[in-house]
Design a protein around this ligand. Structure first.
Ligand SMILES: Cc1cc2nc3c(=O)[nH]c(=O)nc-3n(C[C@H](O)[C@H](O)[C@H](O)COP(=O)(O)O)c2cc1C
Length: 366
């Protein structure tokens, strides 16, 4: 996808903090009750089963796979199957599909339903040149007629809710026209990332356009863009009147964001930032989930970016970077994590828990 993972930084959003918002569960269907209405965004090469699971455990009301092609699903191509790989204990989970042909999208949605998805989501927001140049992703914003046909075909094909995720427009804002086409086609909900395709990730998300959309359609609207903590979640709900929020960059190295937003929405006190010990426990859980899903080689390769996000901006980050190149086993990964934690504390206690590289410490079974 050409996404510069190393350069991804969490969004920042300052300003006034509104009163707590009462946001009821978002009900899209009998099997798809999103409670709390706080969702892990689809993210290519990120929202794999281990990350989806850890975010569910932290309180996300729904998790979404990364985008997978309709054709890949139809042919049950090994790559598509491994991107989806739905696990019963992550429910509810939505599969995001990209494509442009209504019949193919319908067949892809049927396969996702057979695989156990609780909803299917249409990618109408990916801005990457490689994707839009073939008419997929955000390019669909240019063709509301096709959008309606896609939703009609998909809604006829499956019993689960069909949703779409889009941007405010291509260059100018035209999301309302697109949303009306989705609604006519039978969509159950729409997520809007309040930036246009040309904005990419620049500037701040446009809350006014989300708010206007909420007032213009009858289907549920999920607000997305720059939500990174309980305060920004409150602001998204309060200013736009949306029915749910979706979090992407704010969850990288920070699955606790869901716990925090969920607590605030339930009128509970927001838990403090995790201590280093809690952070270590969550990272070990993340590693454990990786081990359940992938072999050691793939785990060592894919978990690096997550580890860097967990330690981003801390003294341990440098230490971690030095150790990432030689990872070959679970013990190597834990050794790198403990070195980074030690770098953040200098506390003997944590050092005592670190493991000599290569020694089988059986932490995963603990
Ligand atoms: C690494 C990465 C991968 C992404 N992949 C997808 C994707 O597969 N499908 C999609 O609809 N959006 C994708 N997005 C966009 C996000 O879901 C989200 O709309 C965007 O990051 C704005 O939300 P945020 O401000 O919470 O990050 C991706 C974003 C990032 C950072």
């Amino acid at each position: 996808m050409g996404i510069p993972f190393d350069k991804l930084t969490p969004p920042r959003w300052g300003g006034e903090v509104p009163e707590r918002v009462d946001a009821p569960p978002l009900v899209l269907g009998p099997q798809c009750v999103i409670e709390p209405p706080v969702i892990l965004s689809p993210m290519a090469a990120v929202t794999n089963p281990p990350f989806r699971k850890i975010c569910r455990e932290m309180g996300a009301g729904l998790v979404v796979t990364e985008m997978v092609s309709a054709q890949g699903l139809i042919h049950r191509a090994p790559k598509a199957m491994s991107l989806v790989d739905l696990q019963p204990d992550e429910a509810p989970v939505a599969v995001q599909i990209y494509g442009k042909d209504p019949e193919e999208m319908a067949r892809g949605a049927k396969v996702a339903e057979e695989l156990g998805a609780h909803a299917v989501d249409v990618n109408m927001g990916c801005p990457m040149r490689k994707v839009v140049s073939s008419g997929h992703g955000a390019a669909l914003l240019l063709d509301p007629g096709r959008v309606r046909e896609i939703f009609e075909a998909m809604s006829d094909a499956v019993d689960i809710p069909v949703t779409g995720k889009t941007r405010a427009g291509w260059e100018d804002t035209n999301v309302i026209e697109v949303a009306q086409a989705m609604q006519e086609g039978g969509a159950a909900a729409l997520t809007i990332h309040g930036r246009t395709r040309s904005d990419m990730y620049d500037g701040h998300v446009d809350l006014a356009v989300i708010s206007e959309l909420v007032r213009s359609v009858d289907i549920k609207v999920i607000g997305n863009g720059d939500v990174c903590d309980w305060k920004s979640a409150r602001r998204m709900f309060d200013i736009t009147g949306c029915d749910g929020v979706m979090v992407a960059r704010g969850a990288l190295g920070n699955p606790w964001v869901f716990q925090e937003i969920a607590a605030d929405m339930a009128a509970l006190s927001v838990p403090p930032r995790p201590s280093l010990e809690e952070k270590r426990a969550t990272i070990l859980r993340h590693i454990e989930l990786y081990v359940e899903s992938f072999d050691a080689r793939r785990m060592c390769l894919e978990i690096r970016k997550h580890l860097l996000w967990y330690f981003r901006g801390t003294p341990g980050e440098k230490i971690l970077r030095r150790r990432l190149s030689g990872l070959k086993s679970i013990d190597d990964v834990i050794w790198a994590v403990d070195a980074a934690i030690e770098g953040n504390t200098g506390i003997e206690e944590v050092a005592a828990k670190s493991h000599p590289r290569g020694k089988n410490v059986g932490v995963m079974g603990a």
